[in-house]
Design a protein around this ligand. Structure first.
Ligand code: SF4
Length: 474
């Protein structure tokens, strides 16, 4: 086996571009997801090492100093961080010219040729689902014989055949022993999760076809491929022992609730373990299922509402009806399940009126916390192609973030400018959070726990900085 480094490279300060972040950007409140997509192949390669530079606060010099210790380096990249990641590759290569270096992630899956040709220092890119691709390379198999790889011969890109999609997900070893070996759980903050938390996947892929959503259109696919409930419960039982300090487990599957009988079965197993857990959900889970989940330790659901306008939900193929989302949210409130709701401004069909409708919808259904993002046309998505065809892309360079890592407003429509969409994000946050009822909720939450008081005060300062920066930004 080659001595292998799995690296989440350093980029913008506080940039969550990791191998676990769906929408890579610097957030309004500093946050980091676990680099699960790198931990998974790391678990297949004995004696490897996983380094998460942004979460650990490591600089380029820090990671370059490691170059001599390894024979193979696998870096996770993304569209917003690609140029910066190539600089890291080049620095590693000049420190150790013998080091074989490969890139993984949705960006190289969508654009393998431009990616491999971006620098002499990149030896290969592993397209789509790359776990076993990396394992075979680490075993020393020649690149020409590894499915799913793009590499160079005489300066030209060569694309090997696609790797077969993995269906037996129980073949993937547990990631939590890798977290335990190489990561520090206290480094990972997500505003709406308890701290410290641990996140992992119990399956990949999403049967929905939302036009903006990157992973199911690239590495995950549109079938929800799952680990068996027993496999998941066993890992959580182990993780509970490995991380006695962890207060919450988060299942980051695209839509954990898509397979309801399985979700209920896993929940019952978690109930026996007595852990607190949370997951991603679509706003269509019936009351009976929600109750089973809640009765077995479910604390929070991360719900992508996206918009409060039905036509926009149709336009983005969300497969969701507003009245179903309302009923689901009421049910969660009744059951005491906390919701972090996510919304996107600037999706196709957006107007000043639909923005207003979405803000009103959010305040009416009243999730505990929200996240408001700008529509991000990632290459490889239906939204990107649609925006390119219709002339909605305002950035010819395709950049999705500013030099400081914050999201750029990348789309504009004949009746709605890029600036109006950008400004509406801060308006949305202010109208949602600066309401007497919401301020009272958050104050109560702080008064109940000193931990929460410290945390919310820190986040509050970061959030106000974010709003001020927005007001000054173009
Ligand atoms: S339901 Fe969620 S994860 Fe699935 S395609 Fe839509 S946005 Fe993506």
């Amino acid at each position: 086996m080659m001595k292998t480094l799995f690296l989440n490279p350093p980029s913008f300060d506080g940039f969550d571009g990791g191998a676990g972040a769906r929408y890579q950007a610097k957030r309004e409140v500093r946050s980091f997801w676990y680099p699960t997509w790198l931990a998974q192949p790391a678990a297949l390669v004995p004696d490897s090492r996983l380094v998460d530079a942004p979460a650990r606060g490591l600089s380029l010099d820090d990671v370059v100093a490691m170059a001599d210790d390894f024979e193979l380096a696998v870096l996770h990249t993304s569209t917003p961080s690609f140029r910066s990641d190539v600089k890291v590759v080049e620095a590693l290569k000049s420190a150790n010219p013998q080091l074989m270096i490969g890139l993984v992630g949705a960006h190289v899956a969508v654009s393998p040729e431009p990616s491999i040709l971006a620098s002499q220092a990149i030896d290969f890119v592993a397209r789509n689902e790359f776990d076993f691709t990396i394992k075979e390379i680490a075993e020393g198999r020649p690149l020409a014989e590894v499915d799913g790889v793009t590499y160079k011969v005489d300066g030209r890109a060569v694309h090997n055949r696609e790797r077969a999609v993995l269906h037996d997900m129980d073949r993937l070893p547990f990631v939590t022993p890798i977290y335990h070996r190489d990561l520090v759980p206290e480094d990972y903050f997500i505003g709406y999760l308890k701290h410290p938390y641990v996140s992992l996947y119990t399956g990949r892929g999403c049967k929905s076809r939302c036009t903006f959503c990157l992973w199911p259109q690239t590495i995950g696919g549109h079938t929800y491929r799952t680990r068996s409930p027993g496999h998941v419960i066993k890992e959580i039982a182990l993780a509970k022992e490995l991380f006695p300090q962890v207060k919450e487990f988060f299942f980051d599957d695209d839509t954990f609730t898509d397979d309801r009988p399985r979700a209920e079965e896993i929940a019952r197993g978690l109930g026996h373990l007595g852990v607190t857990w949370s997951c991603n959900a679509k706003a269509n889970v019936p009351y009976e299922t929600l109750k089973v989940l809640r009765d077995n330790g479910l604390r929070l659901l991360l719900v992508g509402y996206e918009s409060g306008n039905q036509q926009i939900l149709h336009n983005i193929k969300k497969g969701m009806r507003i009245e179903v989302a309302r009923k689901f949210t009421e049910d969660c409130h009744k059951l005491g399940i906390v919701i972090h709701g996510t919304f996107i401004l600037g999706l196709p069909g957006e107007t000043r009126e639909t923005i207003e409708e979405t803000i009103r919808f959010a305040t009416e259904i009243n999730p505990h916390t929200i996240q408001v993002s700008l529509a991000a046309p990632y290459p490889g998505t239906f939204l990107y192609d649609q925006a390119a065809e219709n002339g909605w892309l305002v950035r010819q360079d395709g950049d999705l973030v500013h030099d400081d890592g914050f999201q750029i407003s990348s789309l504009a429509y004949p009746n709605l400018s890029q600036q109006e969409i950008f400004d509406a994000v801060a308006t949305f946050y202010k109208r949602f959070y600066f309401r007497p009822g919401k301020i009272a909720d958050i104050t109560m939450e702080m008064l109940r726990s000193w931990e929460m008081m410290k945390r919310r005060l820190r986040e509050g300062v970061e959030f106000m900085h974010f709003l001020n920066a927005r007001e000054m930004a173009p």
